[in-house]
Structures are given as structure tokens and as C-alpha cells.
Design a protein around this ligand. Structure first.
Ligand SMILES: [Zn+2]
Length: 357
């Protein structure tokens, strides 16, 4: 379903580790791709990347945004016997770590390790052996027997990711580590490709922002939107698909895989931008789903909309099962529809586009 160029880009973005605070290798892939589909590519001090399409100095500028980082872990401590304790980078779930393979990314490459799991026969349930582990209870075995040996390979502060890459369950459904939000970086790159190849139809300037450190507080998005102050922003991230067993829809809403990207209402989402997105979806017969924002969207939208005097913003999300696990699962049809919806919304904007209430 993806063209060859898109599949290669998506695979490269997922394979290249980009844990929070250590995004530079992944950003390089994104920037190299965008050189072909933008007028200018730049980065800021902390490595958020920006690609621009410039049409005319006097027209409105719209920003499309995704976050570049993925959750991960970091080397916290190395024991005398060479076992490695981890801490989390972003919201990594310690209860799924045991029995997994990980890469520890050092200066020159990576070291493979396994997260130790005491054999079921040897677990002492009376002493809490069966309880859900916290990160301090987790250790990685890298096949050495002393701290000295370990230190020849890794050091405290090295980031850690699961070894899982991208896999196709079938032509339609993909699964892997870091879909949150490497798939968003992919989506805005694809929107830029669409816009750049029909630049003659574009009536506004466009900047695509691929921000660092969303998973720990939306920091990259804050720095860059403060600096560049676009006239409007359309953010994309993943959202929880709630169509798997055991999820309370009354509490978490209903979002289904394959039924289209979601539009959020309320909070940081500006009603005028949301209306334009809804109208565009209806004009182009793109099915969308709806979500309510209670207090925060939990995405970079929260970091962008209140910069300086306010940036009218809206969030379009990709339904995702099993968020923050190494088997994050999404639909390529949803992805394709999300890219089309973002592209057409930008194309629908007028040179003097303003959003007021
Ligand atoms: Zn995310």
C-alpha cells in the first residue's frame, strides 16, 4: 500500500533509534529526506528540525508538527557483577520489560543485552517474586561478569531501546517499537512531499517541525513555536485506539483502528482550525473519528497553542493500539488518510488566513 520511497523512509525512521534526549540520528534521516521536498531545512540548538516551503513573504504561515522522539530507557547503574540497571526515558512501562532484548546505544554503535527474567521455577512468590516490577527491579545482562568489563562497552547515561523494528502483520496493519511518534515524523514528511510537488496550488507558507523531547514535556515544540510564531499549527501524534479487549469505552472513549484519523475538540484545539479540518475531511470524503480533550491533549499541541499571544492550533491523531510498548500497532489506511487530511487542510488555507473567535 505504501509506495517504495515511503516504505523505505518509514522503515529507516523506525529502525533508527531516537529516544527522548538522544534524537540526533533519527533527525538526520528526516532532514536528509526533507531536503528533496522543501526549500530550506534547519535545526535549533537542541536538535528540533524544521523544513520550510516558501511561497510569498506576505502570506500566512502554517506549521505542521510531530514529535521526533520515542520513549526508551537509560543506563542508570552498573553493578560490580556487570548487571545494568535501567531508568525510563518518558513513559516506558516497566511491567513489560522482562524477557525482552534491548540495544544499549554507546558512542560507537550498540551493545545487545537481555532483560533478565528469573525462571518461573525459581521465582519465590512468598517474597514478592510475582509482583509487577518497577524499573529499579529490572536489570540487563550484557554477557559480562564484572563492572570493569561492562564499562569497556557502555557507560551510565547511554540510552536503551528494545530491539523490535517495523513489521507488517498484513498489507494493512503494521507493528513495531516507536510508532509513537516516528510515524508522525513520517506523516509530516509525506505531507511536505505532497505540498512541495503541488507548490503551485499552495497559498500559504509552510513549516514542518519535527520536535525533540515531547515525551518528557513538549520542550522542542515550545522552543521552536516560540521562535517562529506561525499563524496556525496542525499537530499530529498517535492516540489510543480503544477497540481491544479490556478497555472501558465509557471512560476512555471509542476510537477504532482503520476508521480514520481522530480530530480532538476542546482545550488547546482552536474551534476555527478544527472546523476547517472537519470541512476538509467532508469535502474529500475522508472518514474521521472524534475525541474530547478533558484538560490536556497530552501532545505537543499543549506546548504550542499558548506561546506568546497564542497560536491557533489543532490536533489530528493516528489511532494506535498498545501505546508505549514494543508492539505498537497501527493501520496504513488511517496513516494515508491522515496524510491526505493534513495536506488538503493546508491547501485549503487562504493567503490571509486568520483564525479568530
Ligand atoms: Zn507521542
Amino acid at each position: 500500500m505504501l509506495d517504495q520511497e515511503s516504505q523505505t523512509l518509514l522503515e529507516e525512521l523506525i529502525i533508527t533509534p531516537s529516544p527522548t534526549g538522544y534524537e540526533s540520528k533519527g533527525q538526520q534521516i528526516w532532514k536528509d529526506y526533507l531536503k528533496k521536498y522543501s526549500d530550506r531545512v534547519e535545526s535549533d540548538a537542541y536538535g528540533s528540525a524544521l523544513a520550510r516551503i516558501e511561497t510569498n513573504a506576505d502570506v500566512a504561515t502554517v506549521m505542521i508538527e510531530a514529535h521526533a522522539d520515542e520513549i526508551g530507557m537509560v543506563v542508570q547503574h552498573i553493578s560490580d557483577k556487570g548487571f545494568v540497571t535501567l531508568n525510563k526515558l518518558g513513559g516506558s512501562d516497566s511491567t513489560i520489560a522482562r524477557g525482552k532484548r534491548v540495544y544499549i546505544h554507546n558512542k560507537s554503535g550498540r551493545v545487545t543485552g537481555v532483560v533478565g527474567n528469573t525462571a518461573i521455577h525459581l521465582q519465590d512468590n512468598k517474597n514478592g517474586g510475582g509482583k509487577q516490577p518497577a524499573w529499579k527491579d529490572i536489570y540487563v545482562d550484557i554477557g559480562v561478569s564484572s563492572k570493569e568489563e561492562a564499562l569497556e562497552m557502555i557507560q551510565v547515561g547511554d540510552p536503551v531501546t528494545y530491539t523490535d523494528d517495523l513489521e507488517f502483520l498484513n498489507d494493512e496493519i503494521i507493528t513495531g517499537r516507536a510508532l509513537d511518534n516516528r510515524i508522525g515524523s513520517f506523516a509530516i514528511a509525506r505531507v511536505m512531499r505532497n505540498l512541495y510537488t503541488q507548490k503551485n496550488k499552495l497559498k500559504v507558507n509552510v513549516m514542518a517541525l519535527n520536535s525533540i523531547q515531547e515525551e518528557v514535556g513538549g520542550f522542542g515544540a515550545r522552543m521552536m513555536s516560540f521562535r517562529h510564531m506561525p499563524d496556525a499549527a496542525i499537530v499530529t501524534d498517535v492516540t489510543h485506539a480503544t477497540d481491544t479487549p479490556g478497555i472501558n469505552n465509557k471512560e476512555h472513549g471509542t476510537v477504532k483502528l482503520g476508521e480514520g484519523p481522530t480530530v480532538q475538540h476542546g482545550g488547546a484545539n482552536h474551534p476555527g482550525v478544527v472546523e476547517l479540518i472537519e470541512k476538509t475531511a467532508s469535502n474529500h470524503k475522508i472518514s474521521i473519528q472524534h475525541e474530547a480533550t478533558s484538560i490536556r491533549t497530552g501532545t505537543d499541541t499543549d506546548s504550542i497553542f499558548y506561546q506568546r499571544t497564542g497560536i491557533p492550533s489543532a490536533l489530528i491523531s493516528l489511532p494506535l493500539r498498545y501505546m508505549h510498548s514494543p508492539v505498537e500497532t497501527a493501520s496504513l489506511t488511517d496513516l494515508e488518510n491522515l496524510v491526505t487530511l493534513m495536506t488538503e487542510t493546508v491547501l485549503a488555507m487562504e493567503p490571509d488566513q486568520e483564525f479568530t473567535l
